[in-house]
Design a protein around this ligand. Structure first.
Ligand code: SF4
Ligand code: SF4
Length: 223
């Protein structure tokens, strides 16, 4: 049995390593545009109009104009590369959709205009029991148990027929067509996009780290 808990732990470790390298790289870019006369830190408070203040402004502009665009471009490349792979029809994602929200919570979100919640509820229905969900993908539920993820609700699609085929494939909703749209999602090895995920994961982790780091800078820079 594929041990997803170990895979998840090793993914977290890879992310930590990539995160530290990315912090160093972003810090280097921030230092490269630092005016020579400044001795302080990027997170210090500088007087409006001073060299330090302008440095902070330039750093925020660099995040907006260079780094965010770089992230956007690379993320699009990842999604374009996905076009080289196809769904193998294993039916796992139709048979087991997970959400941190219960059916009433999803209904409430949908009523408030949350489009994803509304589409999700138009496709999936809740499992009657955790045991039924466990039969579909036991490794996944074991991983959730190991991670002590208690607030997870399990759903499935009633359009999946007895031969594990979508009974309305031509008209399947957009979220079915787009799945998986994030290579950091956990996918079964049977998924036709598993290899895509494996190949692009290091770049996706780096982009995720970049987003986290620039968000941190944006919050801490006081101008
Ligand atoms: S609509 Fe079809 S493709 Fe979408 S979840 Fe249901 S069975 Fe799967
Ligand atoms: S898990 Fe992957 S291969 Fe299986 S049905 Fe979903 S998209 Fe297709």
């Amino acid at each position: 049995m594929n041990d997803l808990s170990s895979s998840l732990n090793s993914l977290k470790k890879r992310y930590r390593d990539i995160f530290h390298t990315t912090v160093d790289e972003i810090q280097k870019r921030v230092e490269e545009i630092k005016p020579a006369e400044i001795s302080g830190d990027i997170f210090d408070t500088y007087e409006k109009g001073s060299a330090g203040f302008n440095w902070q402004k330039n750093v925020l502009e660099m995040f907006e104009n260079d780094i965010s665009r770089e992230i956007f471009r690379k993320w699009n490349e990842i999604l374009q590369y996905r076009e080289n792979f196809n769904c193998s029809g294993c039916a796992t994602c139709c048979n087991l959709a997970c959400s941190e929200f219960s059916p009433p919570q999803l209904e409430e979100k949908a009523q408030k205009g949350d489009k994803f919640a509304s589409q999700f509820m138009s496709i999936f229905i809740p499992y009657n029991s955790r045991g039924d969900a466990e039969k579909v993908y036991p490794e996944y539920l074991k991983m959730l148990d190991d991670a002590k993820e208690t607030e997870v609700y399990f759903y499935h699609c009633p359009k999946l027929n007895e031969c594990k085929r979508c009974s309305d494939y031509e008209n399947r909703p957009q979220i079915c067509r787009d799945f998986p749209d994030n290579p950091l999602s956990i996918l079964p090895e049977s998924c036709g996009f598993y290899q895509w995920k494996q190949e692009v994961e290091p770049v996706a982790l780096m982009l995720h780290a970049m987003v986290e780091i620039i968000d941190y800078y944006k919050q801490k820079i006081c101008i």
